[in-house]
Structure formats: structure tokens, C-alpha cells
Design a protein around this ligand. Structure first.
Ligand code: RIB
Length: 318
């Protein structure tokens, strides 16, 4: 049976421009090649999970404007259940303005818009779906009170929660440590435990600290090097997959969804992380957010090409 995944998160219209470099404060520079791409971390995670074969329901909100209904249609075409996505008459659909540098790195300025209209009551209405899920996925791109209610509801029903602590928010959900899995990158650790991880030793320390606060599987992503994990079996580095990078947008979302689906399907942690690394790597090989998210067959092909899941490099860390 397909893994049942419920996602709480944002749905954005992404406006993507290429630029030779980022503007300095007060400066205007010319970008080029403006593209409109479906995005938003919640929507991206939902689409990835659906492309990996999961049965997915998304809790979110869009505006009844030029973008919202089209984004909703797009999600439905991907097989995502949108019955818990609201259509707001008064607030604009969330948007992200993304500047893409020649090396594939991006800078994102995002506006919450209708995403900030997702209330705890809205989450409450999806309780029956949450209760039946195998895994819940959430980030910080909707109001924190709603994230708190989502984590609490999932835990009441013994459903594991994967929390991807991004984007930066003023405050953390009070129950963040009740997430079963936490997946910051080297800078996002700052929102959770107060410091960034410029090197591997600090990342190991951060993963240990997050685990010690109650998170079963504490992950600190290491970009193309893979990810550091700390769980009941200790700390280790699960190696990533080198690819030709076109655009890193959505890679973190693909990683989170890949990890959530793999764990929900019952893969052991190391193999689930290798699967997630492959999902994140593939999302870097194409332009845009939802335009780049991998299908199951592509993930399996990449893994087969690199020695299979069992062949993933796992290095114990002390
Ligand atoms: O993680 C990538 C996403 O972040 C983009 O699609 C954009 O919408 C922002 O929310």
C-alpha cells in the first residue's frame, strides 16, 4: 500500500530571474529570463511525495487571484489531495522572488500572503487525515500556532512528524522537539539551537544536541556531501550523490519528502537518508522548484547507477 503522507505548508507562485550576481543594498542590476514556476515548500514536498508514489494530502491556503486556482489545479494534476487547501478571497497567493546565480545557488525573498491564513482550526479540520497518516511533513512557512497544532495532533495519533525548520521565523514552535525527525541545513541549525555549523565537527555537535532534546532522528544536511544524522545508533555521515548542478531551488523540499516517504515505507534510517540524498541531488539537476522535483523511477535509476541503496557510503562519526 502507498505511504499516506499529510503535509502542512505553503503554496507559492515563484518568480525566477537569472542574474550574474546579487544586487548590493541600494543598487539595481538587470536580471534576465523571468519565469513563473509553481513552488512553495509545502507544495514542493507534496508534489515530490506524490511523484515518489505516496498518497498525499496538503493543508494550506491560496488566494482567489491570478495564481491560486492555477496552482491548485497543478497540485491536483500531480495527484495531491487538496480538499484541505483553502481559497481566500481577500489575501494574495504566497509568492517567492528568486534570483538564480550562474552556479545554481539562489537567493529567495518570499511573501507569506494567503499561506499566513492557515489557522490552527484549519489544521484541526484535517484531523481525520492526520490520524490515518504514516508520516506528517511540516516546515515554518505557515503561522507557527498552526505548526504547533499540527505537531500536537500528529503526536496524539502516534504519527511521526518530519519538521524541516525553514524559512527563518521569529520564534520556534514550542513543541518542535516532539518532531520525530528534524532536517536543518548548516545554517538553519541556528534557528533551532542557536548556532550555525561552519564545519563537520560543529554539525555533529548540533545533530547530537538536537537528538538530546528529544528528536529521534536529528539530521544536519551537508549539501552535496550528504547529511549527518544522530539517532539511537549514534552519529554518522550518509554520503550524497554528486550531480551537475543547474538550480538548487527545491532540493531541501525534495530531500524532506524523500526521507518522509522512505521512512514511512519502512526503510532503515541509513537507507532512507541515502534515498533522500538522491531526491535532493536530482532536484538540483533541473531548473525551478516543482519543475525539478524527481519521480520515483529517476531516483531508483540514480541509486542503481551509484551502487544501490545498500551501497550508500555511511561513515561513523565520533
Ligand atoms: O524551497 C524552495 C521554495 O522556497 C520555493 O519554491 C519558494 O516558493 C520558497 O518558498
Amino acid at each position: 500500500m502507498a505511504a499516506r503522507i499529510v503535509v502542512l505548508g505553503n503554496i507559492n507562485q515563484d518568480f525566477v530571474m537569472r542574474a550574474e550576481r546579487m544586487p548590493r543594498p541600494g543598487e539595481t542590476i538587470l536580471g534576465d529570463d523571468l519565469r513563473f514556476v509553481a513552488g512553495g515548500k509545502g507544495a514542493n514536498q507534496s508534489v515530490t511525495a506524490a511523484r515518489l508514489g505516496a498518497q498525499v494530502a496538503l493543508i494550506g491556503c491560496v488566494g482567489r487571484d491570478a495564481f491560486g486556482p492555477t496552482l491548485l489545479d497543478n497540485l491536483r494534476r500531480e495527484g495531491v489531495d487538496t480538499q484541505h487547501v483553502g481559497l481566500d478571497d481577500d489575501i494574495a497567493t504566497g509568492a517567492a522572488f528568486i534570483a538564480l546565480a550562474p552556479d545554481g545557488q539562489n537567493s529567495i525573498l518570499s511573501v507569506g500572503g494567503a499561506n499566513m491564513a492557515v489557522t490552527p482550526q484549519h489544521v484541526e479540520a484535517a484531523a481525520p487525515a492526520i490520524a490515518q497518516a504514516d508520516m506528517c511533513l511540516v516546515q515554518f512557512a505557515v503561522p507557527i500556532e498552526s505548526v504547533e497544532r499540527f505537531i500536537a495532533l500528529a503526536r496524539e495519533h502516534d504519527v511521526p512528524v518530519l519538521l524541516d525548520p525553514t524559512p527563518a521565523m521569529d520564534r520556534l514552535p514550542v513543541n518542535w522537539h516532539q518532531a520525530s525527525i528534524l532536517t536543518p541545513n548548516e545554517t538553519e541549525t541556528e534557528y533551532v539551537i542557536g548556532y550555525v555549523c561552519p564545519d563537520r565537527a560543529t554539525a555533529v555537535q548540533a545533530a547530537r544536541e538536537i537528538h538530546s532534546r528529544g528528536v529521534n532522528i536529528a539530521v544536519v544536511k551537508q549539501g552535496p556531501d550528504g547529511c549527518i544524522v544522530c539517532d539511537a545508533d549514534g552519529c554518522r555521515l550518509v554520503g550524497g550523490y554528486r550531480v551537475d548542478v543547474v538550480d538548487t531551488t527545491g532540493a531541501g523540499d525534495a530531500f524532506a519528502a524523500g526521507l518522509g516517504v522512505a521512512l514511512a515505507e519502512g526503510l532503515p534510517v541509513n537507507q532512507a537518508l541515502a534515498f533522500a540524498n538522491a531526491c535532493g541531488a536530482l532536484a538540483c539537476t533541473r531548473f525551478g522548484a516543482q519543475t525539478s522535483l524527481p519521480h520515483r523511477s529517476e531516483v531508483e535509476a540514480l541509486l542503481a547507477d551509484r551502487g544501490g541503496l545498500a551501497g550508500a557510503t555511511v561513515t561513523a562519526l565520533t
